[in-house]
Design a protein around this ligand. Structure first.
Ligand code: FAD
Length: 400
């Protein structure tokens, strides 16, 4: 197709879609509600932008857009950015970052590429409505109207609303007949009983972390757990957080504080500690294994007195401690807020879009990025989806 294309949203997906649509010979305009495009890109990866991940494994993605597996399979994110003069570097865990080490380089690469291809960028234009008529589209921004042959919706989800993503397109699309899988915050801390974590605020510990419902382990991750005054946080908790939204208070978080040590060695290990440190206060018994405040909290929770000699701990307390170190449970008390979330789980349902992300309901309408019901784990998976979903939509404008 070569015609007039409007891209709603100037984030990761919107910029990529606009560049590709312009390369295909279209006259492209981005409508972005904030004063500048790409605000969220600057915050990604703690300002370093984890823009992709080595290899392809669809198990890192969740949601109803099953078409994504085929779309993602052959995408080479490093080659994609190299075309725009941006080189990358991969860390030991396969995460891909810009070689410059700064997210600003990624936004610059996309902005320059868009400018070079003649993309028009209009900021402070919030899309408030869409209307198809006689094979053309009218896009409304309040009282203003823009006409187009095709529209690519790239307005993101509802996570991180300070970056312009307030979910404002969901009600508009619902009215147009689209199924919106209820949006919930994902990649966010998991709230728990503040009384259980307040004393541990600011501490970090390495653990195997399981999302548990009854006796069923739903998912397990190993990594650093961070305690806040109301939640458990850290990358592995982020990766379990969409389950917290799904299971709510039926779910618990279980921490195995000694993931490198076989379970059957826990009791002998504690016996050895009691031999070596029996004369020390019980609060110091486990400081060779764990941060002191965490060690003390575990002992107290098992009924021990941290001020008394460790040798005075009862056999029952030591037994409870042996179990707790491998399975320390925290209730899930709710869902974090969108303001604390990196992505949105939910959005436009997979059944509403074709294999190339065109609408099944309206000719000339396309979807990409986080607006769709697809979310990835931490590690560059979400931006990968933003780039390639945008390319897919923009390269197939003529095929809807
Ligand atoms: C703090 C943080 C860190 C992250 N780090 C990473 C990371 O390192 N790696 C990774 O893969 N993912 C990361 N993510 C997730 C990733 O940034 C998003 O999944 C990705 O940006 C989604 O791209 P998008 O273009 O679909 O939406 P967005 O990038 O959110 O862009 C949507 C744009 O649309 C605009 N908009 C919204 N509504 C309208 C409207 N009605 N009219 C006009 N414009 C509108 C918004 O202002 C915004 O500019 C992170 C997210 C956050 C919040």
């Amino acid at each position: 197709m070569s015609g007039r294309v409007i891209v709603a949203g100037g984030g990761a997906a919107g910029l990529s879609a606009a560049i590709a649509a312009a390369e295909n010979g279209n006259a492209v305009t981005i409508l972005e509600r904030l004063p500048r495009v790409g605000k969220k890109i600057l915050l990604t990866g703690n300002g370093r932008c984890n823009l992709g991940h080595e290899g392809f494994d669809f198990s890192h993605y969740h949601g109803s857009v099953k078409q994504a597996a085929r779309i993602l399979a052959d995408f080479d994110v490093k080659a994609y950015f190299r075309r725009f003069g941006l080189l990358t570097r991969t860390d030991s865990e396969g995460r891909i970052y810009p070689m410059s080490g700064t997210a600003a380089s990624v936004l610059d690469a996309l902005r320059f590429a868009a400018e070079q291809r003649g993309v028009q960028t209009l900021c402070e234009k919030q899309v408030t409505g869409l209307s198809p008529k006689n094979g053309k589209w009218t896009v409304f921004c309040g009282d203003e109207r823009f006409s187009a042959d095709a529209v690519i919706l790239a307005a993101g989800g509802a996570a991180a609303p300070n970056c312009g993503t307030d979910g404002s397109l969901y009600p508009i699309l619902r009215k147009m007949g689209y199924t919106i899988v209820p949006p919930v915050p994902a990649l966010c801390p998991v709230p728990t009983d503040p009384a259980r974590v307040r004393a541990l605020k600011g501490l970090r510990v390495r653990a195997a972390v399981s999302a548990v419902c009854g006796n069923r382990v739903l998912k397990q991750e190993t990594g650093e757990v961070q305690f806040t005054d109301t939640a458990l946080s850290g990358i592995c908790l982020f990766n379990l957080s969409r389950l917290a939204a799904e299971y709510g208070s039926r779910m618990e978080i279980a921490l195995d504080l000694l993931p490198e040590i076989p379970v059957q060695e826990t009791a002998p290990l504690l016996d050895g500690m009691l031999d070596q440190r029996g004369d020390l206060p019980a609060g110091d018994l486990l400081t060779g294994l764990l941060p002191k405040r965490i060690a003390e909290t575990c002992i107290k929770q098992c009924g021990g007195n941290c001020g008394e000699p460790a040798s005075a701990l009862s056999a029952e307390t030591v037994g409870r401690l042996t179990a707790l170190l491998r399975d320390w449970r925290f209730p899930v008390t709710g869902t974090a807020k969108f303001a604390q979330a990196q992505v949105t789980a939910g959005g436009v349902a997979g059944e509403c879009v074709t294999d190339t992300l065109g609408s099944r309901l309206h000719k000339g309408l396309f979807f990409c990025g986080e607006l769709l019901d697809l979310d990835g784990d931490c590690g560059g998976y979400n931006l990968t989806w933003a780039w390639i979903s945008a390319l897919t939509a923009a390269d197939n404008l003529g095929h809807a």
